[in-house]
Structures are given as structure tokens and as C-alpha cells.
Design a protein. Structure first.
Length: 149
């Protein structure tokens, strides 16, 4: 009986360790002025296995999209993307000038010092989805994030 219990416990432990296990590092949202309708959220993502960020939501915004900034000719253009691939063990920075999370149709002003809940949805190669809940601090408009390696 003890052997069966131990085997069952080990199988649960191995299954849990096989999950995508995405780590969110240094998340933050840029504060806004009272009338602003949009802002950005930034962070670094690292996954233990290959996965893809496919969706982001927060009750603080009516529309949340994954965006990318890219140079097109001599102009920097921003556009929505359907997801961001994360290779196992390789950090992906969501930062100004590159990939980021765009929060639009804000429900209220984003004030420095508060925290906003955010849900990140990742899809594995087998199409199974995993959600990661994050409490994201709002930083002052003048905040400069540390450079990610």
C-alpha cells in the first residue's frame, strides 16, 4: 500500500514539473494621466519548456493585446501579434521598442504605487493552455526599467 501511495505521489510530482512553468520577472505597467485611454505593460518571460504567449487579460482594460514594435522603412510601427514564442530557458523581454502588452480602453487611471492583476495565457505544443496570474505594479511615467540580458 505504501509503495502504491509513493508511486502515485511521485507521478503527481513529475506531472507538475512537466508543466510549462513560465516565470514572470520584473513586471510593470506605465502610469497614466487621468484622461489616458492606453498604456503598456512590460516584463521578462522565461519558460522551462517551449511554449507560446497567446493571450493576456486584466480587469483594468477593455482591450488587451500583445504588440510588437518594428522598424518598417525609416519608421517605427506598432502592431498586434497573435502570440510570442518562448524557447525553453531563453528569456524574452517585453519592453519598450519591442514586444509588449498594450492595455487599451482603460477602466481607470493607472496610478504609480498601485498593483493591477493580469492573467497571461500560454499554449504548449500539444495545444494545452496554462494560465499564470500576476500582480503587476504600476510605475511612474518617468520609470526606466532595468535592461534585460
Amino acid at each position: 500500500m505504501k509503495k502504491q501511495f509513493f508511486a502515485l505521489a511521485m507521478s503527481f510530482a513529475l506531472a507538475a514539473s512537466a508543466a510549462a512553468q513560465v516565470t514572470v520577472r520584473e513586471p510593470w505597467i506605465r502610469a497614466t494621466v487621468p484622461a489616458a485611454q492606453a498604456t503598456g505593460a512590460f516584463m521578462e518571460l522565461v519558460s522551462a519548456q517551449d511554449t507560446r504567449l497567446v493571450e493576456v487579460s486584466t480587469p483594468a482594460a477593455g482591450i488587451v493585446e500583445i504588440h510588437q514594435m518594428a522598424l518598417q522603412g525609416d519608421r517605427m510601427m506598432m502592431s498586434a501579434v497573435d502570440g510570442i514564442d518562448l524557447q525553453a530557458g531563453k528569456p524574452v523581454a517585453l519592453a519598450s521598442g519591442g514586444y509588449h502588452i498594450m492595455m487599451m480602453d482603460l477602466k481607470r487611471q493607472m496610478k504609480a504605487g498601485e498593483t493591477v492583476p493580469m492573467t497571461l495565457v500560454f499554449q504548449k505544443k500539444d495545444k494545452k493552455r496554462e494560465t499564470v496570474e500576476v500582480q503587476v505594479p504600476v510605475k511612474p511615467m518617468s520609470y526606466v526599467a532595468p535592461k534585460h540580458q
